[in-house]
Ligand binder design. Structure first.
Ligand SMILES: [Zn+2]
Length: 325
């Protein structure tokens, strides 16, 4: 029963940092091999029944602001090399049609995102070139302030989107790229919602009411995201799941429960595990192969089939279809 729902459902995860591991390993960590370390590779994505994985190009603080474009290109090149090397098993997702095609060819879909608007170095030309390279989502900030907005780690001025930030959101709407607000400060978050013509995502953010970490979203933020038609992907980082101590699978379920109860429906929460971006993982969700255990836990909790389908991937698919076409 469980296995059939999990394998039948389209499963989409909206954030991992694996490509940084691939790049840093200088050839030692390749996506095609099954590893005993780290969290994500193709064999484990398959075991986990993950149909579409967002791969984020994360630009570390040491590359900001002056070397952000070069660093982004290195990360994108690394990901494209993996796509080339695994053409039978991976499919670059540029539109909804590519998801359908990946499904029928038994391939894992790869949706490329960028984590940190520093990658634009203040120029929409860079955004357009990234789109041409296959990037379909951009997290406007990481924790620091940049030319677009402030991140949660540097929000002393209380500022929202800059004029350039507004133009970035407009250009992303025009190009068909998903705006990602995880890591953004609260004023910037609401500015994006006011400006964006399309649904947005918080690709890897949890509920503040359940765990009071600055990276998590308040009830007001979650309600506004739902009004926008957006989705938040639940992050597996223990420090975003529980206030103290170790986290396990049930803590992930608690965040999902809370958001579903708050909104009265299951249409705005999804998965965004942050695998390979987090040091520790919850007990029971140690790597990408463990996702079916989460479906089991949600079933046990009493979720019906349609709710499971929504949470596992339909919600993300709705945003992808609306924004990418
Ligand atoms: Zn992140």
């Amino acid at each position: 029963m469980t296995a059939s729902i999990h394998s039948r459902a389209l499963v989409i995860d909206s954030h991992c940092d694996t490509i940084l591991k691939v790049l840093s390993s200088r050839g030692a960590y390749r996506l095609g091999d099954l590893h005993a370390t780290e969290h994500v590779d193709i064999p484990r994505l398959r075991q986990g029944g993950i149909d579409v994985q967002f791969f984020a190009a994360y630009i570390g603080p040491e590359y900001k602001p002056d070397r952000a474009v070069k660093r982004t290109l290195q990360l994108l090149d690394s990901l494209h090399q993996e796509l080339d090397a695994n053409q039978d098993t991976l499919k670059l997702i540029l539109s909804t049609e590519d998801i359908t095609s990946a499904q029928s060819n038994d391939q894992v879909g790869v949706l490329i995102s960028i984590e940190g608007g520093e990658a634009l170095e203040g120029d929409l030309a860079c955004l357009r070139m990234y789109h041409r390279m296959g990037v379909r989502a951009v997290g406007l900030t990481w924790n620091e302030r940049n030319q677009i907005a402030e991140g949660v780690g540097e929000c002393r001025s209380g500022g929202g989107l800059t004029d350039f930030g507004v133009s970035v959101v407009a250009e992303m709407n025009r190009l068909g790229m998903i705006v990602d607000v995880s890591h953004m400060s609260v004023p910037g978050y609401f500015d994006v919602l006011a400006v964006s013509q399309h649904p947005i995502i918080a690709s890897h953010s949890n509920a503040y009411a359940v765990c009071s970490h600055v990276r998590n979203l308040t009830d007001r933020q979650i309600r506004a995201l739902a009004e926008n038609g957006g989705v938040m992907g639940i992050n597996f980082a223990p420090q975003f799941l529980v206030d103290h101590g170790r986290a396990d699978l049930d803590d992930v379920v608690r965040h999902i429960d809370y958001i579903v109860d708050l909104l009265g429906n299951s249409q705005h929460v999804g998965l965004g595990g942050d695998l390979d971006g987090i040091g520790k993982t919850p007990a029971g969700l140690e790597d990408a192969s463990k996702y079916p255990a989460l479906t089991d836990a949600l079933l046990l909790r009493g979720y019906g089939e349609q709710d499971l389908i929504n949470i596992l991937g339909q919600n993300h698919l709705r945003v992808i279809r609306t924004v990418l076409g």
